[in-house]
Design a protein around this ligand. Structure first.
Ligand code: CMC
Length: 428
């Protein structure tokens, strides 16, 4: 028999259905509560509110479990390619060879961006943050492909838009970097894989063949997979809510990029390295920084620590910490910032403040150290996160559309002034 929750309001009892997910996650369905009782529920930051049913990613924060479509993240990071994982997230199952070939081929054929977009790049200040450029460029793609704006588009059109955005995001990201450097743009080379092509556009020259290091390519593939989806996080929820108004996919992804940029979300990877650099240059002990992070009158937080959902460990951080060691060793890079990160982690994890609040290193704590070793500049770190997260955003958007979800529109409890009459300006 299905469970029922009972709530008593103003002496009257209401029965609310209980929904149980495939991993036995339970939720009380309050969607009809207001109509029946006049009450809404309130939960700032949606700390205890499910916004949808989803079959994409399963996350158990207490036990540090993360599955994409049922597959453990550890297995995917070890064995899959990024585009294979993108297919899995978007389509629901791992592709066979024929399906993967079709998907990779279609994406590879859309890597170029319209030459007119060069003029947009020229207009940005040379020190423009690449996340600002990327968000603008992705939104502007909708103007080059107006068919994407039709909410009643065909399945083929939707598929084409999804492939276009996956293909063009790395091209635009690399062009943003080249533009900031004042270097000539390197066009995509379609004989290369997705990750190789990105490295070629970032670090190659228009005149030369760029030799992609297999170590760098493998590390990038793993990092992108680890970032590919994370259920209803801030940027994915943004993508779903923007898409719920039937705005086109490019605009929804552009909004997702903007949400990701913040230092409490994807922007933390840049903030972590800046914090570790500050600690290194300060030359003092680590306890001082841990104490600052605990001091409620100080706005400083240990960036890369803590997570809304993980309260035990972040499985992505575990894989990335090991990968950081492996990549630095394979590339022969000695980065003192990695030692500081490890020492800081050790000090914080023994501290009662962090233990009591379940604060552990998250995905962003060690990822920046790998990006640095790969030669990616600090202000491009969050762009790397965006490239990784793109298939997840697309899968979340597609699921929202296919489930026919209503427009996202929360309610509020009004706490402002009650009705008052207009006062003429001379009498105020
Ligand atoms: N340093 C010091 N104290 C912290 C930290 C931190 N990094 N994170 C949380 N706390 C404290 C916080 O002050 C609060 O203490 P109290 O209960 O005494 O008021 C308690 O821990 C709970 O924190 P919260 O801010 O209520 O938790 P939240 O779920 O709203 O925020 C978070 C989660 C990730 C925004 C937060 O932990 C944070 O700001 N971390 C640093 C930024 C960061 O690394 N973000 C990347 C997240 S992972 C990548 C992604 O998917 O976005």
């Amino acid at each position: 028999m299905s469970e029922i929750a009972r709530i008593i309001l103003d002496g009257k009892e209401y029965e609310l259905p209980v929904i149980v997910g495939t991993e036995n996650e339970k939720a009380i369905d309050i969607s009809k509560l207001r109509g029946a009782s006049g009450y809404i529920t309130i939960d700032p930051g949606f700390k205890n509110t499910g916004s949808c049913k989803s079959a994409i990613t399963y996350l158990d924060g207490e036990n540090g479990i993360l599955h994409y479509r049922g597959y453990p993240i550890e297995q995917l990071a070890e064995k899959a390619t990024f585009l294979e994982v993108a297919y899995l997230l978007i389509k629901g199952d791992l592709p066979n060879q024929k399906e993967l070939d079709w998907f990779v081929n279609s994406i590879t054929n859309h890597t170029l961006v319209h030459e007119d977009m060069k003029r947009f790049f020229e207009a940005f200040p040379t020190d423009a943050h690449p996340m600002g450029i990327l968000s603008s460029m992705i939104a502007s793609l909708s103007t080059f492909y107006p068919e994407s704006q039709n909410p009643n588009r065909s399945i083929e059109d939707v598929e084409l838009t999804m492939h276009r955005v996956i293909a063009k995001l790395p091209t635009l990201a690399a062009q943003a970097y080249k533009n900031n450097m004042g270097h000539p743009v390197v066009y995509p080379k379609n004989s290369l894989s997705y990750t190789e092509n990105f490295l070629h556009m970032m670090f190659g020259l228009p005149t030369d063949d760029y030799n992609v290091s297999p170590v760098v390519n493998d590390a990038l593939n793993k990092l992108l997979i680890l970032h590919a989806d994370h259920e209803q996080n801030c940027s994915a929820s943004t993508v779903r809510i923007v898409g719920s108004s039937q705005a086109n996919l490019y605009s929804a992804i552009s909004a997702g990029i903007a949400a990701l940029w913040g230092p409490l979300h994807g922007g933390a990877n840049q903030a972590v390295i800046e914090m570790l650099e500050t600690i290194k240059n300060d030359g003092g002990g680590l306890q001082k920084w841990v104490d600052k992070a605990k001091d409620k009158s100080d706005s400083f937080r240990l960036m890369g620590f803590g997570h809304r959902v993980y309260k035990n460990f972040d499985p992505r951080a575990k894989i990335i910490k090991k990968a950081a060691d492996d990549v630095l060793e394979a590339l022969g890079v000695d980065d003192p910032v990695l030692d500081i990160a490890k020492e800081l982690e050790a000090v914080a994890l023994k501290d009662q403040y962090f233990i009591d609040r379940g604060l552990y290193p998250n995905v962003d704590f060690y990822s920046g150290i790998i990006y640095r070793a790969l030669g990616i500049p600090t202000d491009m770190f969050t762009v790397m996160f965006a490239i990784g997260r793109l298939p997840g955003w697309i899968a979340q958007w597609k699921e929202m559309v296919e489930m026919g979800e209503p427009i996202g529109r929360p309610r509020q409890v009004y706490t402002g002034a009650t009705k008052r009459d207009y006062v003429d300006i001379t009498k105020r």
